[in-house]
Design a binder for this molecule. Structure first.
Ligand code: AMP
Length: 537
């Protein structure tokens, strides 16, 4: 029997109708607009953008790329572009020019919205991008518009000026692409994932449930997350959906900027990668402060979250909830909320240390590399696989099914899943260390090493070994003015972990190399290790 329910499409047009009618009074604040603008005004500007694109002959289905930070204009593009049936391609500004050229060409972008801060890069990037015909410079840059032969170049405000501010926001097919995002491209060319309107809606909806981040009209959200990284972790759409107040950090995620925004706008929920919150912590300590004001919860993920960081914020009465996700899963797919039976401090810590419990609607399983399915028993370790309505089934313009297994996405993350759906990661498949036939979990080892008082940060990589095939090596960043010898560190670590986990080599650096999305770049570290570029501890 078919249901009697209406077949209404989920997606950005529906969201726009909601924010311009129902939650129109909630506001978005930015460093440039400390008084904020209302969702109603935001929707009207998104309508101007949609109408301006139509006036310029940019048709439905056309791809509009952005080279923009976490700004109000970028949020307008999040709404106006997919809301009018076009496709938004959020480009990671930290990719190399050649990678950016590649993703623009691969995505078939017709229009580029570019922050004035990046406009000097455009002549090189766009020299070989024939699909791009309109370039819109965003922001109050004083410099002249870039000269781009064969392309129309204008300013964002001029584009919006003569366009009407009303649109009906008609539904589009909920399975059509709304946003394109490319993977970081550390292991080859970036791969594109096209999120459907339905996927965006469902993921945003689930971020509003109390079991995940519980975003509501009472939330004041500061996402310290670039809007080009995995759809801003789904947070902008979730906050718009809930009518939550949004504080966008603008051009910089620097700790000083974030602390100023926290003081001014008093968020209750903030989000970002561990590096950001460890920078914020350092700045707080420098200032002799031990409070983040109104902040009650930090959603942290995108990279392993140090236990020491969780503990430092817990001491300020702030819950740091870990989340796990990836470009292919439209950001968060598991969040470390506690189950009702985690009552004691030790039980709660056990769960908080895991990457998270899989969100309702998604399914996870563990698989042996190149082999069968393993039990979800919390101890069988293998590759985590995932499926669900906000998980991609392929890469854009590619038939390659190497990363898929019978309809499941192979995440490339190694770990366990317990019977209650809590995911615990121990490695990226490509970073796993196999020593004498036994796995050494680099993430677990790094967590242990970070517990040393002289150590600020660490990366562990496998290096070739004639006897054990591979042995761990640790690259240490010492705290200011601190140091320790390899022997001291090894002797201390032996009291913390199994003896055979203790790295054979200890080297040091001032700063760990990072990828364009800010993750520790272990490929580069392995190259530097091989070339002997790090001084010994
Ligand atoms: P990206 O597609 O750039 O967002 O990268 C996704 C990858 O980041 C995942 O596959 C994980 O390897 C890693 N990652 C994300 N969240 C976490 C987390 N909470 N702990 C450890 N690694 C994480």
């Amino acid at each position: 029997m078919q249901s009697t329910m209406q077949r209404q499409q989920l997606g950005v047009p529906r969201l726009l109708r909601h924010i311009t009618r129902i939650t129109a009074r909630s506001r978005v604040y930015t460093p440039e607009q400390p008084a904020g603008i209302s969702f109603g005004e935001l929707g009207a500007r998104a309508a101007r953008l949609a109408n301006a694109l139509a006036q310029r002959g940019v048709s439905a289905g056309a791809v509009v790329g952005t080279l923009c930070a976490a700004t109000q204009e970028h949020l307008e593009a999040y709404l106006g572009v997919p809301g009018s049936g076009r496709v938004l391609h959020t480009i990671n500004v930290r990719l190399h020019d050649e990678q950016i050229r590649y993703v623009i060409e691969h995505g078939g972008d017709e229009v580029i919205l570019c922050d004035s801060a990046h406009s000097a890069r455009l002549p090189v990037i766009l020299a070989q991008c024939p699909s791009v015909r309109l370039v819109v410079i965003v922001g109050a840059g004083q410099e002249a518009l870039p000269v781009l032969p064969g392309k129309t170049v204008c300013r964002y405000e001029a584009l919006l000026e003569n366009a009407p501010s009303a649109v009906a926001w008609e539904d589009v097919d909920e399975h059509a692409a709304a946003i394109i995002c490319y993977t970081g491209g550390t292991t080859g060319l970036p791969k594109g994932v096209a999120y459907s309107h339905r996927a965006l809606w469902l993921q945003a909806n689930s971020l509003c449930t109390a079991n995940s981040l519980g975003i509501s009209a009472a939330t004041r959200l500061l996402p310290a997350v670039p809007l080009y990284h995995v759809n801003g972790w789904g947070l902008p759409y979730a906050a718009l959906m809930a009518g939550a107040e949004i504080i966008l950090p603008g051009q910089t995620l620097h700790a000083r900027n974030l602390l100023a925004l926290i003081e001014r706008h008093q968020p209750t929920l903030v989000a970002g990668v561990p590096t950001i919150w460890s920078d914020v912590l350092e700045l707080l300590r420098e200032r002799g402060a031990n409070s983040l004001g109104t902040v009650k919860t930090i959603s942290c993920g995108g990279a392993p979250v140090p236990h020491t960081l969780v503990a430092a914020y817990a001491a300020m009465d702030i819950g740091m909830y870990q989340a796990w996700g990836m470009t292919e899963t439209l950001s968060m797919s598991a969040i470390s909320q506690l189950p009702p039976w985690a009552v004691t401090r030790a039980e709660q810590e056990h769960y908080r240390r895991k990457q998270g419990r899989v969100m309702c609607g998604l399914e996870v399983r563990v698989a042996e590399i190149g082999g069968g399915v393993l039990p979800c028993d919390g101890s069988s370790m293998g590759e985590i696989q995932i499926r669900g309505p906000w998980v991609t089934a392929s890469y854009l313009g590619s038939d390659d099914q190497e990363n898929f297994d019978e309809g499941w996405l192979r995440t490339g993350d190694i770990g366990t899943v317990d019977p209650d759906g809590f995911v615990a990661l121990s490695d990226r498949a490509k970073d796993a260390i196999k020593s004498g036939g036994e796995w050494i979990p680099s993430m677990g080892l790094e967590q242990a090493i970070r517990g040393h008082p002289a150590i600020e940060d660490v990366a562990v990589v496998g290096v070739e070994d004639p006897r054990w095939q591979e042995r761990p090596a640790a690259v240490i960043v010492f705290r200011d003015g601190q140091a320790a010898s390899a022997d001291e560190l090894a002797a201390w670590l032996e009291t913390q972990v199994a003896r055979w986990w203790v790295p054979n080599q200890w080297v040091t650096t001032e700063e760990l190399p990072r990828t364009p999305v800010g993750k520790i770049d272990k490929k580069r570290i392995r190259q530097m290790m091989r070339a002997g570029e790090f001084p010994l501890c």
